[in-house]
Design a protein. Sequence first.
Length: 755
Amino acid sequence: MLEVLRRIIQEVNGARSLDAALSIIVRRIRKAMQTDVCSVYLRNEEHDCFVLMDTIGLNSGAIGHVTMRPGEGLVGLVGQREEPLNLENAPAHPGFRYFAETGEERYSSFLGVPIIHQRRVLGVLVVQQREMRRFEEGEEAFLITMAAQLSGVLMHALATGALARLSDPDGQAMLSGVAASPGMAIGEAFVVIPPANLEAIPERAAEDIELEVRRLHDAIGRVRQDIRLAAERLASRISAQEQALFDVYQQMLGEAALGQEVEKRIREGQWAPGALAQVVRRHVQYLERVDDDYLRERAADVRDLGRRVLAHLQQESSTRPVQYPEQTLLVGDEISAAQLGEVPRKKLVGLVAARGSNTSHVAILARAMGIPAVLGMTDLPLSRLSGTRMIVDGHRGRLIVRPDDDLEARYNSLIEEERALAEVLEGEQSLPAETRDGERIRLMVNTGLTAELSSTLSARVDGVGLYRTEVPFMMHQRFPSEQEQARLYRDQLSGFAPLPVVMRTLDIGGDKDLPYFPIEEANPFLGWRGIRVMLDHPEVLMVQLRAMLRAAEGLDNLRLLLPMISSIEEIDTALRLLDRAIEELREDGLDVKRPRLGVMIEVPSALYLLDALATRVDFFSVGSNDLTQYLLAVDRNNARVAGLYDACHPAVLHALHRLAHDAERLGISTSVCGELAGDPAGALLLAGMGFRTLSMNATSLPRVRAAIRRVESHHASTLVEETLALPTLTEVHAHLFQRMSEWGLAHLLPPRDDR
Ligand code: PEP
Ligand code: MG
C-alpha cells in the first residue's frame, strides 16, 4: 500500500495544473481502492461551499455544478465535522441530499474524508460503491492517509492553479504566509535561484534563442567532459559493469537524447535553465512511475545530470552582472543574509520566501532594514513568479500577485498613510523616551548591518543594546581575520562613542549558517549553537575577543555579551578565555581595559540560575525571541507552528515579570533586546514590569518612543497587572489592543486582519 501511496503522491506532485492534479487523484484512488466512484470536492472560500471538482464514476456533467454548504449533504457534513463518514447505506442517512445530475442513486456505500491543510479544510475526498457494504477499516485508513498526504500537494496546486488562471494580465491572486516584517511595498519579483536546484528554476522567456542554445550545448559539453574524466580516474578501481554506467550517462547527455529535447523547448521560447528543468522534471516523473526498479533508479541519474548541466549554466551566468528591477521584491525558497546584501539597498523594497517565520533571522534583518517581508509561504510557486508585479503586505502576511488597478491604488494610499505617520513620528525622534510623568526608559538599538548610520542614530539612542556580530560574518567567504574584525568593530564603537555598545560573541547555529562553516543538524535550535560552538572552537572565539578588545582601545565603551548560556560552566570557561585574551594583548603592549560582561537570558535554565550568574557577570540582556521559542517549545523558524509562537503568550509574560523582579532583587542591570521590545504594546508591558532598558531595530524606535511618551507610568504597571491575569493569548492580544485604543495609540500598532 505504501508504494501505491507514494506513487500517487509523486504523480500528483508532478501535475502541471490543478485540474490535472485532481484528475490524477480521482483516477488513481478509484483504481487503488477498486471502487465504482471516486470524487473530489474543493472548498470555495468565497461562497463558503464545497464544489464537485472532478469525479470518475458520477456523471461528468455534474462537475462544477454540484455544490454543498458546510453541514449540507454528506459531503458538507464531512467538511463541517472534519472527520470521516463511512456509510453502508448512504441514501438512508438523514443528511443525504440527492443531486439528480450526478446519477449517484445507483451507489449505496459512501466513504468521505476531509482534506485538511494546517487546520484548514481544503475539500473532501469521496469513494462510493454500488454494493451495500461498509468500507473496511484498512480502506478507511488508506483514504485518510491519502487525504493527509495530498493536502500539502493540493495546497500547492491551488496556489499554482490560482496563478495559472491569471493568464489574462488583469487577473490577480492572493497568497498568504507569515507576517515577518511590517510595511507594504509594490514592485517586481526577482526570484533568487539557489545553485543547481532544478525545482527552483523560474520559467522565463529566452532573450536570445541562439545564445541560449549555445549556452546549453557548452554546458552539456562540459558535463560530458567531467564524466569522461571521472570515468578515467576511477577506471582501475571499479568493475566493468560500473564503468558501463558512465556510458549510459554519456548516452543520456548525447545530442539525440536530453540535449535535443531541451533545445526544442528553447526554440519554443524558454531560456536554457527553464527548458532544462522542464525536460528533466518530465523524464524523472515518467521514470519514477514505471514498474521497473532499474528504470526507477535511472530517475536519480537524470536528476543528477540535470543538476550538473544546470550548475555549469549558472556558473557561466554568475559572471554576468545581475540586473535587479528598480523596485525589487526578492523572492526565494529561503533567502540568506548574504543574498539580501547583494541587492542594492535603493532597489530592494520587499522580501518573500517559502521558508522562515517571524523571528527567523532573515526576518529580523528585514525589520532592521525596514523592508516588509512575508515568509513561510510554503506553497509558493517560485518558477511562475519571476518578473511579476506584486504587492507584499508585511502587516497581514499577504502576497498579491498581479494586483488589479483598484487594489494597487488602495495599497498606494495605505503606503502613503504610513509614510505620513513615519514623518510625524520622525519629528519626535530627538525627544527623550519618557512617560508623561517623567519616567525615563533607555532606548537602545540593535545593529549588525553596515547600512545603519551611527551618525543619525547616536543622537537618538542611549547606545547599542545588541550588535549581532554574526551578520558581518555571513557576508564573508571565510572567517574574517582579527584585523578585519577589529576594523569593523572599531567603526561601530567609535561611531557610537561615548555611548555603550554591547557586542555579542558569534551566535551561529540554529537558522544562522555561515556559508563557509555549515552546521547540519536534525534539531539545529537545540544543538550546536551560540556559545556552544564558540567554546568548542576557542581559536575562533579568541580571535573575536582579541579583535573586540583591540578595537575598544582608548574608547572604553565596549560591553561584551555571551549568547545561549544554559549553564554556569559555560560562563566560567568563557571568562577564562576572556582573561587570557586581555593578558595576551597587554603583553603585546596594548592598553586594554576589562569590558563589562553580560549574558543573554534566553534559555529557560538561565532563569533558574540568576543568582549564580549575577555573581559572575555585570548585566543581563533578555533574548525574548529565543526565550519564547524554548519556553513554548515552538521552533521560531518553522512556518507550520508560527501561529503558536508569540512572545505575548501568558507563560512568557509571567517568566519575564518574574525575571524583572529577580533582577531588581539582585541589583543587576537588565535590558530586553528581543523583538518584543520593539513592539509598542510589548514595550509598554516590559516598562510596566520594571525593565528600564529596551533595545530594538532602528525602524521600531519611532513607534516605541511615541508609545512611551503618551502614557503615564502607572498605565504601564496597571497594564501588566491586568494582562498577567489573562490565561490565553487571544485575551492578551484583545486586551492590549483595547487599552492601546483607549490611550489613542492604536495607530502605532501594525494593522491586522482580525481587528
Ligand atoms: C533573542 O533571542 O531574543 C535575541 C535577541 O537574539 P537572536 O534573535 O539573535 O537570537
Ligand atoms: Mg537569541
